[in-house]
Design a protein around this ligand. Sequence first.
Ligand SMILES: [Zn+2]
Length: 433
Amino acid sequence: MSAPGLSDLSDRLDRVIEAGAAGQTAWLARLASFDSTRGKEGPCQAWLAGEFEQRGWNVDSFAISEVDIAGKPGASAVVDVDYDKAIQVVATAGTEGGKGRSLILQGHIDVVPTGAPELWERDPFTPVVKEGRMYGRGVNDMKVGVTAMVHALDALASLGYAPDAPVFVETVSEEECTGNGALATLERGYRADAAFIPESLEHKLLRAELGSVWFRARILGKPGHVMAFDAAANANLAAYEYVQDLIALTAEINVEAQEHPWFGHIDDPVKFSLGKIHGGDWLGCVPSWCEIECRLSVLPGQPLPEVRARVTERLNATADRLGTAHPEVTWIGFQADGHVFEPGTEAEAALARCHGEVMGNALESFSQTATSDTRQYDLYYGIPTLCYGGTGGGSHSPQEYTDLKSMKDTTRIIALFIADWCGLRPIKGKEEK
Ligand SMILES: [Zn+2]
């Protein structure tokens, strides 16, 4: 059997993906029914491992604690988290020793916490389909991408084809806080000629992305009775001063960003977020301590040590102004570089062909003001990495949804990409007549 042309294969894939659409939607709903927030990934990963085994793929399921990632480029700080429970799954599909180029298909299954329950119209982990959209925590970011990459291989198999090279199907955690899940797969030895991460990106290619740093500042006041206090004495009130100064630092970095080759066209790309705050013990006492936990974006090219030094200097300057001790600063999660996926790779050319075939237009790229796992493969391990996927909205909010028509398009595009990048070989006895 000779290799099919792109157009012909695209039409046949369209038919099998359409025929399997209800099953694929049910599979996404099952995946999205797992509460796979940090520390709870295990049952979701066990279900996926079972699904992969049923497909005849060789499954490696392991905890991050089994891999030595400390001090490796791309490693992020971890505080108060049990990495024995941070399960990663890598399934090997495709053909060992085939003639094509190998590929990593990667998606994260960790989801962000649901937040205030009053803001949800429905249970976050009971996905609902309405007017061509599925709603629920994690459906768009990015369980739909995981569903598309698995069903892309299924669609090829139902046409009687297997990739003619190893394809590593990786479902990782820790994407939303460190990137250490992706790093653990790389350090465990899984490498390939290209990687593909189907994050929901409106059918555009990620050209550049920001990194981020997460930190905690422990602010001490000058405690006493509440009848005698000022802003510096009250650690909770002092926190406002620190936060205002960090917002001012962010504004300064955003002025510098106006000159950035990949982010200069975006207004204020660098975001500061005060994510958590807690302090004080007793209402009759001026609070003696307050801890703020914050996130700050990092531009591609900004060295992380420099960013951390600027944050620390600014916090110390606030303390000096208030006449209090310098706060203790701890780096508690993402220590992620910004990253640019340089134009001109063969992987991008292949994606452009497959995108054009399905979407009928030219592939566009864009600069994203958030962080993904892409840097782990592309920046630190030299694996050209495409971050590209379908349409949805409301990620990280109670309105999160994904578009099911777009899921089918993404599935077909990934299947075509596998054919283009890895080549195909017939599965014995399964050729479609
Ligand atoms: Zn994501």
